[in-house]
Design a protein. Structure first.
Length: 346
């Protein structure tokens, strides 16, 4: 912001009009993104040199399909994190959306059943956003409650896995265009369009500004509440789409699927340099974080590492990546500090 706003208003006052010269911040690509990209190159070199199966067509296709779920969830999570919030319910939304789409596909046209599944995710996101924005409840508490509630609703719908009967249900998760799976192209499209939205549109840049200072944004005449609702709706839509695609890819929908998916989504954002305090993040770097997680998972599977050790190793690798990023950030700050001997103001 180029001006400092100090005027206070009542709860019902929309605030003064945007001051002249005030510009909404754009989504920035942090300098430590290069660290993530270097890590990706290192993982690719290690994978290609240590296992012959990695570079096979089947494994690459499988890798591209497996990263779709985390990718979609990570983009939605980034939109929420930019506002200073968090969405812990996305894993449960994946389960509910997938099982509803699979169940309805037996009596409805497949596209309609899938649309209902995605719409359910949008609805959950809308409710989460309304509770956070309208009643000013803590995002952690709201989405934690939603995690439990939506998971319960998935089991209410069906306590057992649902296997779709129509072959058309499996096309979304298995079809390919050229060398790329359709599901991967959808994910890439979400990141491309979503990146333009967050960096080039007033609504998207408002999400970033809210994470920096919601009060300043409000005083500038921007509707903070509706933008927060928008962020959670985006997250719900991405989770609903991820659930439908996952059910289509694996050929069965389970009410128990999606446990801890939200942690992978958050990890991808953090690896990409997003700040959980809000106001800082990069779409490109978040996608790089998704790719890092996908490569780690794929490598551990190729090495035939047992599942519980995979969890341990993945956690340690994520911590190491974040520590390397932070070290690089501090080093860059020291190099760019014009007064290295002067203490920074608190």
């Amino acid at each position: 912001m180029t001006e400092q706003l100090t005027k206070t208003t009542g709860p019902g006052d929309p605030g003064p009009p945007p001051p002249r010269g005030v510009r909404l911040p754009r989504l920035t690509v942090a300098g430590h993104d290069i660290t993530v990209e270097t890590g990706i190159v290192a993982l690719l070199v290690v994978a290609g040199s240590t296992t012959e199966a990695f570079l096979t067509e089947g494994n690459i296709t499988n890798l591209l399909k497996q990263m779709v779920t985390t990718g979609l969830l990570a983009y939605g999570m980034l939109a929420v994190i930019l506002t200073g919030g968090i969405d812990l319910s996305v894993g449960s939304v994946v389960a509910f959306s997938g099982i509803v789409a699979a169940g309805l596909s037996s009596g409805l046209p497949v596209p309609v059943a899938m649309a209902v599944g995605v719409a359910s995710g949008i609805g959950f996101g809308l409710v989460n956003g309304a509770l956070v924005a309208r009643f000013q409840l803590a995002p952690f508490v709201v989405t934690l409650a939603a995690l439990t509630t939506i998971r319960g609703l998935a089991f209410v719908y069906s306590e057992t896995p649902v296997a779709p009967e129509k072959p058309g249900f499996f096309e979304l998760g298995s079809a390919v265009i050229g060398p790329l799976p359709v599901s991967t192209l959808i994910m890439l499209g979400v990141f491309l369009v979503g990146g333009v939205f967050l960096s080039r549109t007033p609504a998207g840049r408002s999400l970033v500004a809210i994470g920096g200072s919601a009060e300043t944004v409000r005083l500038a005449g921007i509707g903070v509440r509706r933008h927060i609702v928008l962020a959670y709706t985006i997250s719900g839509a991405c989770a609903g789409l991820a659930g439908v695609i996952l059910a289509s890819r694996v050929g069965i929908a389970q009410p128990s699927v999606g446990t801890a998916f939200e942690l992978d989504a958050i990890a991808a954002c953090v690896i990409g340099g997003a700040s959980l305090a809000g106001g800082k993040g990069s779409v490109r770097a978040t996608f790089a974080g998704v790719l890092v997680l996908a490569l780690i998972n794929n490598l551990l599977n190729l090495y035939d590492v047992q599942s519980f050790w995979q969890q341990v190793l993945k956690g340690l690798i994520i911590v190491a990546v974040i520590l390397v990023q932070r070290t690089g950030r501090f080093r860059n700050a020291a190099v760019n500090d014009p007064n290295p001997g002067k203490a920074s103001p608190s």
